[in-house]
Design a protein around this ligand. Sequence first.
Ligand code: SAH
Length: 269
Amino acid sequence: MKPGKVHLVGAGPGDPKLITVYGMECIQKADVIAYDRLVNPKLLTYAKENAELLYCGKSPGRHHLIQEEIHSLLVEKALQGKNVTRLKGGDPFVFGRGGEEAEVLAANGIEYEIIPGVTAGIAAPAYAGIPVTHREHASSYAIVTGHGRDYKGQDNLNWQALAQGIDTIAFYMGIGNMPFICEQLIGHGRDEETPVAVIEWGTTDKQRTITGNLNTISMLAVKEEIQNPAIFLVGEVVQLREKIQWFEKVIESESTSEGNESKCLSFKN
Ligand code: SAH
């Protein structure tokens, strides 16, 4: 039997309308859809009626597939002749382990395509009214994991280069680690009054944004009980939000307009 093909698809950051046209086509045609936790479930309603939907995400206290099991699953389904869509939040190659999955498919001689998605570190700021670059305020932008902590031996970031050489920095997976991140940036020369924003559930109707500076943000985030998923964005561009924020106004006006079904796209787990 001819093996099927695997599409590694970026589902976008939350608002289901932010998937690409090609990504949507992959959902509509797939025999099997293996999806992660941060994929908006609304996207799955576009699957074929008899498509097999497999949850691969992690959530506390619930059974989930470990990465190796996901690899075997993709290979196994493709070898059964099925067309598989591997659906991941944001972009599959930005902290999505899409690279590892593509390596396994390549090693097993399975055909695949990689369909980029709109990544949270750009989309959440955009929906919060923050351009990650700006002619007057930022000419460089970095996507950085917020996961690493040096006392756990996991931190291999060049903090000095980040603190001094990059105008805008988006930390992914960094919420629990914000005090450490702020301390490192300040300690390596970034002004402690650098504006920062935290955007929780960006691009969904649950989006919340808080702003502060490197000195104040950790406390504010605790006070506001900010949770994952959230992007921690550092840089002068954050100030532009005061002038050009828009999406939270849309959410607000829709939640107050009675009898009008929300145009913002609900995201429920
Ligand atoms: N591949 C994804 C990132 C996966 S890592 C992408 O390209 O966007 C998971 C991290 O992404 C979360 O910890 C959070 O920092 C960020 N993230 C994902 N979705 C988000 C959202 N809707 N709002 C804010 N941050 C989000």
